[in-house]
Structures are given as C-alpha cells and as structure tokens.
Design a protein around this ligand. Sequence first.
Ligand code: FDA
Length: 393
Amino acid sequence: MPESYDAIVLGAGAAGLMCAATAGQLGKRVLLADHADEPGKKILISGGGRCNFTNVNARAECYLSANPHFAKSALGRYRPQDFIDLVDGYGIAWHEKTLGQLFCDSSARQIVDMMVEECAKGSVTLLLGDPATEIEHADGQFRMTIGGRAVSAPALVLATGGPSIPKLGATTFAYDIARRFGLSIVQPRPALVPLTLGPDDALFRELSGVSTNVEVRCGKAEFREAALFTHRGLSGPAMLQISSYWPHKGEIAVSFLPDRSQGWLLEAKRAQPRTPIRRALAPLPERLSDALIEKLGVEGELAGLTDKTLRQVEERLRDWRFSPNGTEGFAKAEVTAGGISTADLSSQTLEAKRLPGLYAIGEAVDVTGWLGGYNFQWAWASGRAAAQAIAGR
Ligand code: FDA
C-alpha cells in the first residue's frame, strides 16, 4: 500500500515550502519532495545571498502573464506585509535597499531556515534527494514513487519552478507533468536576463564594467535604473527588467542622462562654450561618453558645434537604439517567463480547471515578476492560495 497523504507538493523552493507549511499548519498531512539534496537553493543564492524576499509595492501590474489579471487574487490575499510579519515573528532583521525591495540584513539562509521551521510546525514530511517517478492519476488519487517509496494523495502541487539556472537543479518537470495532464504551456523564455549585442555594437562590449543610470523602454514598458555594460552586451537592473518585455527581436530604446531637460546641451554651450563635448556628457562615465561620441561622430568644444548638431546629439542620447541579438539564455536568466497557462488554472486556488486536485504554483506558472522581490512575493502568495484551497477540500 502506498503511504497516503492529503497533499504531495513537488519542489521545495519558495512556493512549495510556503504551500506545504500552510497546508500542514491547517491540519493536512503533507509530503514535500525535492530532487535536490537541500530545500530552497534559489532562495539561498538570491539577492546576492541576502534574499530580496518581497517588495512592498507588489501588485498585479508588476507581473507579466498572458492574463494580466490572473495574479490579483492570490497577491491580494497574501500581501508583502503578511510575509514581513512572518519574518518579524522569527526576529530576522531586514532593511529596504531601494524601490521597496526588502533584504535580510544577514543571510538568505534565515529565510530558508524559517520556512523549514514553518514546515516542521505543520508536521510536513520532507523528502530530499530523489525525483518523483511513475506519476499517475486514477480514482481521484495521484500516485508516484519517490526514492523507492510509493506515495499517494488526492492533491498534487507542481512547485518545481521553471528551467532558469539548470545548474541549480532547475528543470522543465512542471511543464512535462502539466502537459501530461492536459494543461497547456505558454512558450517559456528566459527573463530578467542579460541581453547580448552583435558586431555592430562591438564598441559597447568594450565598455565591460561601466555602469550608469538610464531610462530604458521597450513597447509600453519603461524602467529607470542602472545599466551595466558587459563583455557580451547589456546587464544591470534596467536591462534585466526590460529583457522580460523584449520580444527576442527588435530594438530597445535607452535614454542616457534621463533627468536632463530639453535643450540642456544648447544651454551648456551658452554657459560654457569652451567645454569639450565629451566633458559636457558628465556625469556619464568617461569611457561611455567617449564611445557615444565616437558613434555620433562629433568632437571638439561645444562652441565649435552647431545648434542643430547639438540638438541631434541630445535627441540621440535621449533615444539611443540598441538591437540586441539575443540573451544570455536560461543559464543566466533569473526567472522564466511563460509556463503553465493561466487559462487552465483557477486564479483563486491555482487548481487545474479540468483536473481537480492538481495545482501549479510559483515560477512554474505563466506569471513573472519584475526584478526586486516580486517573484518571491508571487511564490509565497500562490503557495498560500493553493494551500488554503487544499485545506478547504
Ligand atoms: P524554485 O525554482 O525556487 O524551486 C523549485 C524547486 O523544485 C527547486 O528546489 C528544485 O530543486 C525543485 N525541482 C526542480 N525539478 C524537480 C524535479 N524534477 N523533481 C523534484 N524537484 C524538482 N526573486 C526575488 O523575488 N528576489 C530575489 O532576490 C531573487 N534573486 C534571484 C537570484 C538568482 C540568481 C535567481 C536564479 C533567481 C532569483 N529570484 C529572486 C527569482 C526566484 O528565485 C524565483 O522566482 C523563485 O525561487 C521561484 O520559486 P519557486 O518555488 O516557484 O521555484
């Protein structure tokens, strides 16, 4: 006879830990299984080791999904403050770094330990180091084998994330199982990922290590944050953010010196005509100014340049077009956009519409947050929503 549970949660990442802990604390017998030898590996490396565990500004507009309304219900019922209360309850010190992003003062390990402790409070059985195989569904029960143990439950939660960063154990497992049970998948693609530049922009690849604040736009999306030039192309928060909106072809528009008002170069010419154009672009880093000026084909003092030329320079700096030739792929993507289609899931419960008892949560679902704690907030909130539904079964 298989060991029987009320729910089997596959994947002990952020979403799976929250789901298992909550369902367990609500009185359900829960098995949480992960093929990795420890839970929460992505939590451990997140936020540079300090885990940007939520963002106080999290709301559905900060998420990409084929259905932009899908995340509202779960996010509305488990808010950043709810997670902050949990963190505070464990005495974990945290700080706001920027733009509503909350980080541990000390270590991401504290968040993993907290979630493992929450699971223990819910008497969750944690199985590590073995994949789930022979997954079947019959007579209202999901049956499978994990590490030689036959297990079954009327509820199965897919919480195995997306394929970003395979070397951390990321797989397409959730998609494979979802497909097998008739759910559709929105084409997965790397997101929050560095963009690569081709030979036309070789000059910018030479700026590796240079960083500056920009405004970057693609379609209707727009972010104002730091951009970083790398030996392969463009990274830094601004570029990672826009990568999620870049449709893998076409241009992104960058405004260097986004705070300057219209006509600032002409004003600089009137005020300090002897200033060399490259110095007029301060506070842009010098190496970047030099590259931009080389590309624009202008040189010399402001006084030697016509007003028309200066207006054109200003316009180009406000609307500099890059045509990335790709991204650094799943190996470097912080998250996966796309995934299990929200059309096949209930936004209230994260349960499959056509297969009661099957749930999908976290990054496995076609809901992808901005950079800055939004993805963990979705993982906590969706895990919570599924757990509450399981508890109410
Ligand atoms: P997650 O990927 O965390 O967990 C999935 C689990 O399933 C893993 O434990 C994995 O081992 C397991 N698994 C996979 N395949 C399996 C299989 N076949 N069988 C059994 N188990 C399997 N977000 C944020 O909000 N703030 C931040 O600071 C960061 N920082 C960050 C840094 C880096 C480097 C990365 C790569 C990502 C981030 N993120 C982030 C994103 C964040 O880590 C991500 O969105 C969440 O971890 C998603 O949580 P899930 O639980 O859905 O998947």
